[in-house]
Design a protein around this ligand. Structure first.
Ligand SMILES: [Zn+2]
Length: 319
């Protein structure tokens, strides 16, 4: 596919003509979907190279339009690491069309990933505050009114998943670039140790507020809640960030009052008016928390900074 003019027309009428440059190095060109995944790849690649990210900072990955420069990074990619179609359904066709020969790795499907089901209820209830682990997605449980509509895609917010994925990324890059296999493996191992320490630090920081209820904006923090056993009481919007209807907003108002929630989280990518509607007439606090870390600089240090920022916002709002 090198030295070859590619012309591809997307459904939107977008036409691209990209001449791939000469393949100078053996280090693969890597594209990623979102900043947390880019950070994990950057951790594994170290000084060997940089990975591009498709979803720009501040945008929601759930609904997005691919720009020409982002399509170009897919066309140039030897490897694409992404969460998977449940986070970015719009990306699946673009990967197939633009990177047909690339090694494509949906991280949610990697063995050893801790997966949690998509939650449909506005109120999380007691089931959300437990230490049970769905190590295997077929591990169906006994929640009577539990609707299975697939997997909650926000799995990067469990630092143990990040550890698993570092090894997956190192393995796939080594397959493409065996000369640097030792470097990829060593970087992944160092990252795993760093993330294990990070998890212990965050658990320690959150321990005093573990039982204090809060409500999130969209249901994006389930993996974080489970890993650190937090008392999230509900979400204004679903995990796919679709607009909640008036009935759900009214229900969340009741949840805020009945649960004794201390804090309702807003998110920079979404409408703050809904949070005001939910807390109107109460003394509940709000804090802005971003599961995508849009104000954090991209790169290897992004991932630990993202988890620390969520922990800091929660400890501050819930104290
Ligand atoms: Zn989301």
């Amino acid at each position: 596919m090198f030295n070859q003019m590619k012309q591809i027309t997307l459904a939107a009428g977008l036409t691209l003509a990209v001449a791939a440059g000469p393949a100078g190095a053996d280090v693969p060109n890597v594209a990623t979907d979102v900043a947390p995944v880019q950070s994990l790849v950057a951790r594994v690649m170290g000084d060997l190279g940089a990975a591009s990210v498709i979803v720009r900072p501040g945008a929601s990955p759930h609904g997005y339009a691919l720009r020409p420069s982002e399509a170009g990074s897919l066309q140039a990619a030897d490897a694409v690491f992404w969460i998977g179609p449940s986070l970015t359904p719009w990306l699946e066709g673009a990967i197939t069309a633009l990177a047909p020969d690339a090694t494509v790795v949906p991280l949610l499907e990697a063995g050893g990933t801790h997966l949690l089901d998509f939650r449909t209820e506005a109120a999380f209830g007691a089931a959300a505050h437990g230490s049970h682990d769905h190590g295997d997605h077929s591990d169906h449980d006994d929640h009577g009114d539990h609707h299975h509509q697939g997997t909650d895609p926000h799995a990067w917010l469990d630092p143990q998943n990040a550890q698993v994925w570092l090894d997956v990324i190192a393995q796939k890059l080594s397959d493409l670039d065996p000369e640097n296999a030792q470097t990829y493996a060593a970087n992944a191992q160092a990252g795993r140790a760093e993330f294990a320490a990070l998890e212990a630090q965050i658990a320690h920081a959150l321990a005093p507020v573990q039982d204090t209820p809060f409500v999130v904006f969209h249901d994006a923090f389930q993996y974080f809640e489970h890993r650190f056993q937090l008392a999230a009481a509900g979400a204004i919007a679903h995990s796919d960030a679709s607009d909640p209807g008036p009935a759900r907003v009214a229900e969340v108002r009741r949840i805020v009052q009945d649960s004794g929630a201390r804090c309702v989280l807003s998110e920079p990518a979404f409408n703050p008016a809904l949070v005001q509607t939910v807390i109107d007439g109460t003394s509940v606090r709000t804090a802005s928390v971003d599961p995508m870390g849009s104000d954090i600089a991209p790169g290897a240090a992004f991932y630990p900074a993202l988890l620390r920022s969520i922990s800091a916002a929660l400890t501050d709002c819930l104290k």
